[in-house]
Design a protein around this ligand. Structure first.
Ligand SMILES: NC(=O)c1ccc[n+]([C@@H]2O[C@H](COP(=O)([O-])OP(=O)(O)OC[C@H]3O[C@@H](n4cnc5c(N)ncnc54)[C@H](O)[C@@H]3O)[C@@H](O)[C@H]2O)c1
Length: 338
């Protein structure tokens, strides 16, 4: 099989996770490294390969690219994705698909019209604990979902926001902890629990820092599709980035889902701990699953099978972010249709 020829658009902090996954993939190869900052594209290319370009629209003048990875600031995702889809390319987009649900819907609509793939990078769905929890929940071996809890305590201080000019602004990032960091865990709640249907929340900027204008904390109360309820607390004000937690209370057991593994506390008092490998070092909170998800994306392209992180399945997380930012405590419906 001929590998898919891929362009990585945006060669900043997380692009190395894409580069590593692509060079280790039997399905794909890096054909282009694209960044408006040529120096960054050059650095990426030296490690992972690819011809250096400064403008992604140059990709439309060549006929040797099949897929793009969008790894750019949030506000740029819709335009880049729509342009690429309309030029016949399949797209794997970093989270969030877009800042606004209306833009995300437009992207999904264009992908449908063009018959192209649009995937979103919620890699934590493939963490070992998430996969095991999803199987246990869907099998109903421990009964129905009664309630769930989300906890995100990360450290994203002024220095982090000063690293990249787009971060920390509503216009270009679309928020703080909610749309950038906690969106992974909001997505996991939605994915594992079969859908959040309504949500009321509040957000705030609690840390004194001039480096950002966006919220650094939020909390919510939500209703789940099966009738259970969920609560959550998300903050970037903790001095250390801890592993995120999703706790799911079933009729006969409580599941605690973390990057480090799954804990099952059964109602008969017994405890099972299924440990998983954890990432170490800087940004270990991103986890180890970028490679797994990217491999899965290309496998589903190759086999023409459904992709676990198809864009439409990532719509609810953006709606949840919006609801926490804007509901001011009123229950809002989470819409997942186009
Ligand atoms: N899935 C994860 O765990 C994870 C982790 C970190 C970041 N992200 C996401 O990845 C994306 C990028 O984040 P980052 O931290 O790498 O940001 P970054 O600021 O470090 O890098 C972004 C890069 O995009 C380039 N860029 C900006 N506009 C461009 C354009 N129009 N065309 C080409 N290049 C352009 C910038 O020059 C920069 O090099 C964001 O959507 C972010 O939320 C995901």
């Amino acid at each position: 099989m001929k590998p898919y020829r891929t362009a990585v658009i945006g060669c900043g902090a997380v692009s190395k996770n894409h580069g590593k996954a692509l060079v280790n993939s039997p399905y794909a190869e890096v054909a282009y490294a694209v960044d408006i900052d040529r120096r960054k594209a050059q650095l990426f290319s030296e490690t992972y390969g690819g011809k250096v370009l400064e403008d992604y629209r140059q990709l439309f003048e060549v006929d040797d690219v099949d897929v793009v990875h969008i790894v750019t600031p949030h506000h740029t995702h819709p335009q880049i994705a729509i342009d690429c889809l309309q030029h016949g390319l399949d797209v794997f987009c970093e989270k969030p698909l877009a800042i606004l649900p209306t833009d995300a819907r437009r992207m999904i609509q264009v992908a449908k019209e063009q018959g192209r793939r649009l995937g979103v990078c919620f890699q934590n769905r493939l963490n070992q604990a998430s996969v095991e929890a999803k199987e246990l929940i869907d099998s109903k071996v421990y009964g129905d979902i009664v309630s769930a809890m989300v906890l995100v305590t990360w450290d994203r201080n002024g220095a982090y926001y000063s690293e990249s000019p787009w971060r920390g602004t509503y216009k270009n990032e679309g928020g703080g902890t909610l749309i950038n960091q906690s969106i992974h865990t909001l997505d996991l709640l939605d994915y594992l629990c079969g859908g959040v249907t309504e949500l009321a929340g509040v957000d705030a900027k609690l840390r004194e820092s001039d480096a950002y204008e966006v919220e650094d904390s939020g909390m919510f109360y939500a209703k789940l599709a099966g009738g259970g309820v969920a609560v959550g607390y998300c903050t970037n004000c903790y001095p250390k980035s801890k592993q995120c937690t999703v706790e799911i209370h079933l009729t006969y057991a409580t599941l605690t889902v973390k990057q480090s593994g799954l804990i099952i506390e059964k109602s008969d008092g017994t405890l099972e701990v299924h440990k998983a490998e954890v990432a170490t070092g800087e940004k270990s909170e991103w986890g180890l699953s970028h490679g797994l998800l990217i491999k899965e994306f290309y496998h589903s392209l190759q086999e023409n099978t459904p992709f676990i992180c198809d864009a439409q399945t990532g719509l609810a997380a953006i709606e949840m972010v919006q609801a926490i930012q804007h509901s001011k405590g009123r229950m809002l419906k989470i819409q997942r249709t186009l």
